[in-house]
Design a protein around this ligand. Structure first.
Ligand code: ZN
Length: 303
C-alpha cells in the first residue's frame, strides 16, 4: 500500500521512495508520522528534474549563509559555528514540490488616454526691449482603444503545503524546456510532496497571476510619452493547467525554541536561493552607524 510521511507541525505529506527522514524537511519538526495515503491523489503530468547533487546545493547554501553570518541572530551563529565542518545530511533535503503549470491566451479590450509631448517656440520681449525665444513643452491627449492578445506561459502556482506560493516564486524561474513526462522512476530516491491544493484553487490563482501579467504587458504596450485612465478587461480564450513536480532543495533548522525555523529554499534546477536569515539587531544597528560615519567622512572630505 502507498504510504506517506505526514508532518504534524506544518501538515506537509511526503512520499519517500527509498529515502528515510525523521524530521520534516520544510519545518524541521521531529513529529513526522507514517500513515496511509489518501485514496484520491493527484499524480503530476510533468517533472523538472534536479540538476546536480546535494554537494552543489550545499556549497551555495554555505556561501549564502556565510555572507549573512555576521548579521545573523547569535544563537544561529553559534549553531552554525558548532557545526562547521560537520555535514548534517538531514538538514538539506531535495524535494519534488507539487505545483501547477499554467498557460493561457487572453484577449484584452482596452482604452486609455495617451499623452504626446510637443514643443513650441515662444518669443518674448524682455523689459529691456530685446527678445528671447524659449521652447515650451506642451502635452496633447488622444484616446486610444483596441484589442490586445497575450499568450502567457510558464505561470507556476505552488500546490504544496510546505512551501508557500511566495517562497516558490522567490526561487523561480524554472526552465520548462527541460520538462519531462512524469515517471515514478524519475523521482525515486527523492522525497516528493503530495498535491495539497486542489485543481480549482490553483486554477483561480493561476488566472489571477496571468491577468496581472496581461495588465503589466498592456502598460508596457502603451505608446506615447505617457498615459492615463487605462481601462481594460480580458477574457481567457484558451488555457492549460498541468500538475508538475519542480525540484527544490530545502534547508530548515530549528536553532531556537521560541522562534520559527530558519528556512532556505534553493531552486534544484538553477541554484537560485532565497530565504530569510533571522537578524541580530544590535549588529545591524552597529553596521548602520559605521556606514553613516563613513558617508559623513566622505562628504566632509569632498567639501
Ligand atoms: Zn513540517
Amino acid at each position: 500500500m502507498h504510504r506517506v510521511l505526514a508532518c504534524e507541525q506544518c501538515g506537509a505529506e511526503l512520499t519517500a521512495s527509498g529515502v528515510r527522514t525523521v524530521r520534516c524537511p520544510y519545518c524541521a519538526s521531529p513529529s513526522v508520522v507514517e500513515r496511509p495515503a489518501a485514496a484520491e491523489r493527484t499524480d503530476p503530468r510533468f517533472v523538472v528534474a534536479f540538476t546536480g547533487d546535494a554537494s552543489g546545493a550545499r556549497g551555495s547554501l554555505d556561501r549564502w549563509l556565510g555572507s549573512r553570518h555576521w548579521f545573523a541572530d547569535p544563537k544561529l551563529r553559534r549553531a552554525r559555528e558548532a557545526r562547521a565542518g560537520e555535514r548534517v545530511i538531514e538538514d538539506l533535503r531535495g524535494i519534488y514540490v507539487p505545483a501547477y503549470l499554467y498557460s493561457a491566451v487572453a484577449h484584452a479590450d482596452y482604452s486609455a488616454s495617451i499623452a504626446e509631448h510637443y514643443h513650441e517656440k515662444e518669443e518674448r520681449t524682455k523689459p529691456d526691449g530685446t527678445t528671447e525665444t524659449r521652447t515650451i513643452t506642451r502635452t496633447e491627449y488622444r484616446l486610444l482603444s483596441g484589442r490586445h492578445v497575450s499568450y502567457v506561459t510558464d505561470v507556476v502556482v505552488s500546490a504544496s503545503r510546505g512551501l508557500s506560493h511566495r517562497e516558490l516564486a522567490a526561487i523561480e524561474p524554472y526552465d520548462f524546456r527541460a520538462l519531462r513526462r512524469y515517471d515514478a522512476a524519475l523521482v525515486s530516491g527523492w522525497l516528493a510532496e503530495e498535491f495539497a491544493r486542489s485543481f480549482d484553487e490553483c486554477q483561480t490563482a493561476s488566472r489571477r497571476e496571468a491577468l496581472d501579467e496581461v495588465g503589466a504587458r498592456l502598460r508596457r504596450f502603451m505608446p506615447g510619452d505617457g498615459f492615463s485612465d487605462l481601462d481594460w478587461h480580458a477574457q481567457i480564450s484558451w488555457e492549460s493547467l498541468d500538475p508538475v513536480f519542480v525540484p527544490v532543495w530545502m534547508f530548515a533548522v530549528r536553532y531556537r525554541d521560541d522562534r520559527p525555523p530558519l528556512r532556505v529554499a534553493i531552486n534544484g534546477q538553477t541554484g537560485r536561493i532565497a530565504g530569510k536569515v533571522p537578524l541580530s539587531w544590535p549588529r545591524v544597528v552597529a553596521a548602520l552607524i559605521v556606514l553613516a560615519a563613513i558617508a559623513l567622512a566622505v562628504w566632509w572630505g569632498l567639501r
